[in-house]
Design a protein around this ligand. Structure first.
Ligand SMILES: [Zn+2]
Length: 625
C-alpha cells in the first residue's frame, strides 16, 4: 500500500490539544510542507490534505533534517505533541515533541478530494448539524427533514446574524432572550448571546512578559443546562468587568470569542474557552435570583493520586489535617517577588498522607486558621489542586483553589468518624513512599520513550519548558561512598527534621516534635550504557532498589567500624543493570542552566518483555526501510 497521510489527522490534533504521552492517540501521519529553518528550529506546515497547521520540530530532530531523512513533502508520524496558541491569533502552533520518519519526499503535495468549502468547516460541522437536527425535531413533530447543510447553515446562524446586525445594540441585547445554550457555541459562530450564572470568580492577577505588564482574571460561567465555560479578561476588559461580575449573579453575555481550550490546569469541562474584550457585552439579568452554588467536589482518595502526578488534570481532596507548617516566602524567579507559602500534611482513610502547599492568600488566611486549630485535627476539603512530583506526590493550590474547613458535607462526617474511631491510632505512610513503577502507569512505561543516555546528555535543551520523561536501560557504574546519602526525615511528612532541644526531632513542616525519625535516601550515582554515562539523583524508594536495602540499614553498616560491609554493599550494587524511568529538567545553578536527571522508577530487567520490545524495534526499522 502506498504510504499516505492519516485522514483528518489535523482535526484529530486540534481535538486533542495536549495529549499525555501515555494516552492512546490514533495514528497521526502528516505530510511535511514548507519545511524551513526559523531561528534555530525547523518549522513546517503539517498537512493531512484537507487541513494544515503550522508546526515546529523538536531540536533533537534537526540532525535528521540536515541528514535528509526528514524532507519537504515527506511523511512523518507524530507520536507526541502539544498545541500552543499564537498570541492574538486564533491559530494554533503544533509543537512536535516526538515523531518518526514514515517516508521521504513524495512527488506531490497530498490534497484530499473535497471542495474547499467543506474542508473549512470540518470542525463546526458536527455541532451545527446536531443543533439543526434538534431544531428540526421540535418543529417538525416527528417528520425527519434532512435539509441541505448549506441551506441550514444559512438559517441557523446567518439569519440571526443578519437580524441582529440591523438592530440598535440595546434592542439586540433585549431580543437576545433568544439565548444560545453554551454547548452550541464554537469558534466559527460569531454572534450569540448566552445567559449564565457566575459560578467562580478568580482574583485579579498581574503578569509580566516580553510584551510588557498586564492584568488578567477569569471566571467560570454556568448556563441552565449545567454546561460550564471559562472566560478570561485581560487588561482593559479585566478592569471593566472585574467589579461588574459578582459571584452567584446571572448575566447575558455576547460578543466574546471562543478558542480551543488550553487543557492545562482546567477544572471546567469544555472543549472551548472564552475571551471577553472591552467591547464584549455583559448585562446583568436583573430579575434573576442570585445564589452562590455549592462547591461541587470530586474527591480523589490520597492513595490514588499517583496517576495524576505532573498531569494536567486538577484534583479535589478531602482529608484530616495532621500538621500545619509556619508560613514562608518563596522567591518567584520571573520577577523576584516573594510568594507566601505554607505546607500542611493531610491524611485520609486510605491511611496515606500527602503534603499540600497553600500559596499566596490561602497561606495567610485559611493557612493561618488551620495553623491555629491544627491540634484539633480539622477536616479540609480542597477543590482544584495541582499534583506535582515533589517527594513522589505533592499538592499545590492555584489561584482558583477553594479550601473549606470542616465543611458540612457527608464525606467530611464520614472521615471525621473514621479518624476518631480508628484513624487517630493507626500508622500512616506518605503517598510518595512505595510508589512503584506499576502504580505509575504500569511497567510498560519502562518500554516507552526508550533512549540511550547520549540522547539525553547530547540534548542540553531537554526539559526546558517542562520535565521530559524517558526510559533507559543502564548499569549503575559508581556510587560514591563518601557522599551524604540520606537525611533524617519526619515520619509524617518525610521532610527533613532537626534534632530537638532535649530529645527527639523537630519537624518544621508539621510544627511537631517526634521521638523518632526515619532515614531517607537522597543519593547521587553514575549510570552508564553503551552510549555514555550520566549522573542521576535518586530518592528514597528508587535508591533503596538500587542499593538493595533501606537507608537505616545502610547507616548501621556504615557506623559499624569493623569490616567493610558498607563498602561491600555499595560495591555489590555497582555494575548491576536496571531499567530506569527518568525525568530530565533544567535547573539553574550559579546563573548557569544545568540538566538534572532524576530517577523516577527502577525496575529489574524483564527479559521476556525486553525481547518483545527489541523485536518491535527491529520491526519498526524494517518498515522504515
Ligand atoms: Zn513533618
Amino acid at each position: 500500500m502506498a504510504k499516505s497521510v492519516t485522514p483528518d489527522a489535523i482535526s484529530t490534533i486540534l481535538a486533542n490539544p495536549s495529549p499525555d504521552s501515555s494516552s492512546d492517540l490514533p495514528e497521526i501521519i502528516v505530510q511535511v510542507l514548507d519545511l524551513k529553518l526559523t531561528g534555530n528550529r525547523y518549522t513546517f506546515n503539517a498537512s493531512d490534505g484537507k487541513m494544515k497547521v503550522r508546526a515546529i520540530f523538536p531540536s533533537n530532530m534537526s540532525s535528521e533534517i540536515i541528514a535528509g531523512s526528514i524532507q519537504n513533502k515527506g511523511l512523518v508520524k507524530i507520536l507526541h505533541y502539544t498545541l500552543n496558541d499564537i498570541p492574538n491569533k486564533s491559530e494554533k502552533y503544533l509543537i512536535v515533541i516526538k515523531c518518526e520518519v514514515v517516508a521521504p519526499a513524495l512527488e506531490t503535495e497530498i490534497t484530499a478530494e473535497v471542495n474547499t468549502e467543506e474542508s473549512e468547516v470540518v470542525l463546526k460541522k458536527p455541532k451545527l448539524e446536531n443543533q439543526i437536527k434538534d431544531e428540526v425535531k421540535t418543529e417538525g413533530a416527528g417528520i425527519v427533514l434532512k435539509p441541505k447543510p448549506e441551506m441550514v447553515s444559512k438559517s441557523a446562524a446567518q439569519i440571526i446574524y443578519e437580524q441582529r446586525e440591523n438592530m440598535a445594540p440595546s434592542t439586540r441585547m433585549a431580543m437576545s432572550r433568544r439565548v444560545h445554550p453554551l454547548v452550541s457555541l464554537n469558534p466559527y459562530q460569531g454572534n450569540w448571546t448566552i445567559k449564565v450564572r457566575l459560578t467562580s470568580k478568580g482574583n485579579m492577577r498581574t503578569y509580566k512578559n516580553a510584551r510588557g505588564e498586564g492584568c488578567v482574571f477569569n471566571v467560570e460561567l454556568t448556563d441552565e443546562d449545567g454546561t460550564q465555560i471559562q472566560a478570561t479578561m485581560f487588561n482593559e476588559a479585566a478592569r471593566k468587568f472585574f467589579d461588574k461580575f459578582q459571584l452567584g449573579k446571572v448575566y447575558y453575555i455576547s460578543k466574546g470569542t471562543l478558542k480551543l481550550a488550553n487543557k492545562q490546569f482546567k477544572t471546567v469541562k469544555n472543549d472551548y474557552e472564552m475571551t471577553l474584550n472591552e467591547n464584549s457585552m455583559v448585562e446583568e439579568a436583573s430579575n434573576e435570583e442570585s445564589f452562590i452554588p455549592e462547591t461541587k467536589f470530586n474527591f480523589v482518595p490520597i492513595d490514588q493520586l499517583g496517576p495524576y502526578v505532573n498531569g494536567r488534570e486538577l484534583v479535589d481532596i478531602i482529608g484530616v489535617v495532621q500538621g500545619v507548617g509556619a508560613i514562608s516566602n518563596v522567591k518567584r524567579k520571573v520577577d523576584n517577588e516573594n510568594i507566601p507559602k505554607r505546607d500542611m500534611t493531610v491524611a485520609d482513610d486510605t491511611k496515606r498522607t500527602v503534603v499540600v502547599s497553600l500559596w499566596n492568600e490561602l497561606a495567610n488566611t485559611v493557612g493561618q486558621e488551620l495553623f491555629d486549630i491544627a491540634d484539633k485535627s480539622p477536616i479540609v476539603a480542597i477543590k482544584s489542586l495541582k499534583v506535582g512530583d515533589f517527594q513522589g506526590v505533592s499538592l499545590s493550590t492555584l489561584g482558583k483553589s477553594t479550601v473549606l474547613i470542616n465543611p458540612d458535607i457527608p464525606e467530611a462526617k464520614k472521615l471525621k468518624s473514621w479518624y476518631d474511631s480508628e484513624g487517630k491510632g493507626s500508622s500512616m505512610a506518605s503517598i510518595g513512599s512505595g510508589l512503584s513503577p506499576s502504580s505509575k502507569g504500569g511497567a510498560r512505561s519502562m518500554y516507552s520513550d526508550r533512549v540511550s543516555l547520549s540522547h539525553i546528555t547530547g540534548n542540553p535543551s531537554l526539559g526546558e519548558d517542562k520535565p521530559a520523561f524517558f526510559s533507559i536501560k543502564a548499569f549503575i557504574s559508581l556510587i560514591k561512598p563518601d557522599q551524604a546519602m540520606w537525611y533524617r526525615a519526619c515520619k509524617t511528612c518525610n521532610k527533613k527534621v532537626t534534632e530537638a532541644v532535649g530529645s527527639g526531632y523537630w519537624c518544621e513542616g508539621c510544627q511537631k516534635n517526634d521521638d523518632e525519625c526515619s532515614l531517607r535516601y537522597i543519593m547521587v550515582s553514575k549510570i552508564s550504557d553503551a552510549s555514555g554515562e550520566a549522573w542521576v539523583s535518586a530518592f528514597n524508594e528508587e535508591a533503596e532498589r538500587i542499593v538493595g536495602c533501606p537507608a537505616d540499614e545502610l547507616d548501621k553498616l556504615k557506623s559499624n567500624e569493623e569490616g567493610n560491609a558498607y563498602q561491600q554493599r555499595l560495591k555489590d550494587a555497582t555494575w548491576a543493570r536496571h531499567l530506569f524511568r527518568v525525568s530530565v529538567t533544567q535547573n539553574e545553578y550559579n546563573n548557569e542552566k544545568r540538566q538534572r536527571i532524576t530517577v523516577r522508577a527502577v525496575a529489574p530487567i524483564d527479559f521476556a518483555e525486553e525481547s518483545r520490545f527489541l523485536l518491535e524495534e527491529i520491526k519498526k526499522m524494517r518498515n522504515s526501510q
